[in-house]
Design a binder for this molecule. Structure first.
Ligand SMILES: Cc1cc2nc3c(=O)[nH]c(=O)nc-3n(C[C@H](O)[C@H](O)[C@H](O)COP(=O)(O)O)c2cc1C
Length: 352
């Protein structure tokens, strides 16, 4: 048993997780978040069918660097046989530290075929998938669920117990139903109830947007780990702030505008280097540009320019021009926390 991953729960410090996020938690961003203090990272969800078919793009999603460990690869699908086969292939070929199963994705196209949160309508299927994956890999198998499919089937404790019984070594709960999508608030009281009911570690997820939120989630839910998704967008230093909050240290301020752009460009360079098709990487990086510039003075005009970039050189030029202006006005070296100012634009989450 590879326990490099499970050991993070023994260290008594509430590990912080970068959430699996399609189109976001790719290798370059995972590395950045690890550097800023994420203790564990998870790949974006990868289709078991795509893995079994050896789809080329799917293989790109599975690559990672040694420095990302401990890393989980997340797979989804509704066929236990294909899920087992995919887990065996991922273990053999890529050797992550754990295999995570997605029972949370609310996207129609996936749910229609019973993938992601679609499985939550059929709990025997959830169990069969976990058992099949567990039998196919020596790695720890973990499950990420929502609280139910809809209000009628809302039963986070019941679902989590079935996952544990079927062999899940860790359970992550995003405490909303599929019907909730992203509306309202995640129910941290449900995370607390699952923590109470399960023997395995429970990772809490939903609406952690700051260091203070991470501390509050641990206090309210008592979870063994904390997972952050949207709070990391354009804001990988949230992990540093969350770590300080959890350790009872003063929460460091966010980066200055200069530092923010440096990190953004480092992220961009790594993204270009990682993608075999750099033009595609530029296009896909535009959403990050939106997030990194959220809350900046005159951010809207800046983003309008950035959303047209066609190369790394374009990004460098636009950001440098903005910085020159900020320097002459004297605020380039001031921290600006994302969301501080009214004209921040949050690009719509892709897909999930
Ligand atoms: C852009 C985006 C992509 C996502 N992709 C995935 C995914 O591939 N697998 C998954 O389990 N959850 C996915 N999620 C859900 C997140 O992992 C997380 O459960 C959810 O956003 C709630 O956490 P938050 O409030 O910290 O954002 C995605 C969320 C976003 C915003």
């Amino acid at each position: 048993m590879n326990d490099r991953y499970l050991r993070v729960f023994d260290e008594g410090s509430t590990p912080l997780f970068l959430a699996p996020q399609a189109g976001v938690s790719e290798s370059p961003f995972r590395r950045l978040c690890r550097r800023f203090g994420a203790d564990v990272v998870v790949s974006e969800f990868v289709s078991a069918e795509g893995i079994v078919r050896g789809n080329e793009r799917t293989m790109d999603y599975l690559r990672f660097d040694e420095e990302e460990r401990p890393i989980g690869v997340q797979i989804f699908g509704a066929d236990p046989g294909a899920m087992g086969e995919a887990a065996a292939f991922v273990t053999e070929t890529f050797g992550p530290d754990f295999v995570d199963i997605n029972f949370g994705c609310p996207v129609k196209k996936i749910v229609k075929r019973n993938g992601g949160s679609g499985c939550l309508r059929d709990l025997p299927l959830v169990e069969a998938i976990i058992r099949a994956v567990d039998a196919a890999t020596p790695l720890p198998v973990t499950a990420k669920i929502r609280s139910g499919f809809d209000e009628r089937t809302r039963d986070p404790v019941g679902i989590a117990l079935r996952c544990q019984d079927a062999g899940a070594a860790v359970l992550t709960l995003h405490a909303r139903t599929r019907a909730d999508m992203y509306s309202g608030h995640a129910r941290w009281d449900e995370i607390a109830a699952v923590v109470e009911a399960l023997d395995v570690p429970v990772v809490g997820n939903g609406d952690v947007r700051s260091g203070e939120d991470a501390l509050r989630m641990r206090e309210e839910a008592g979870c063994a780990g904390i997972m952050i998704a949207r709070g990391s967008h354009g804001d990988p230093w949230i992990f540093k702030q969350a770590r300080a909050a959890l350790d009872g240290d003063p929460i460091p301020p966010g980066p200055t505008v200069e530092e923010r752009f440096e990190i953004c460009l480092e992220h961009a360079r790594n993204a270009m280097a990682f993608d075999p098709k750099p033009w595609r990487a530029v296009k896909e990086f535009r959403k990050h540009l939106g997030w990194y510039t959220k809350g900046l003075p005159n951010g809207k005009a800046l983003r309008q320019e950035l959303f047209q970039v066609e190369s790394l050189a374009d990004m460098e030029e636009i950001l440098e021009g903005y910085l020159d202006h900020a320097r002459t006005r004297g605020w380039a070296d001031r921290p600006v926390d994302a969301g501080d100012l009214a004209d921040g634009v949050e690009p719509r989450p892709v897909g999930v």
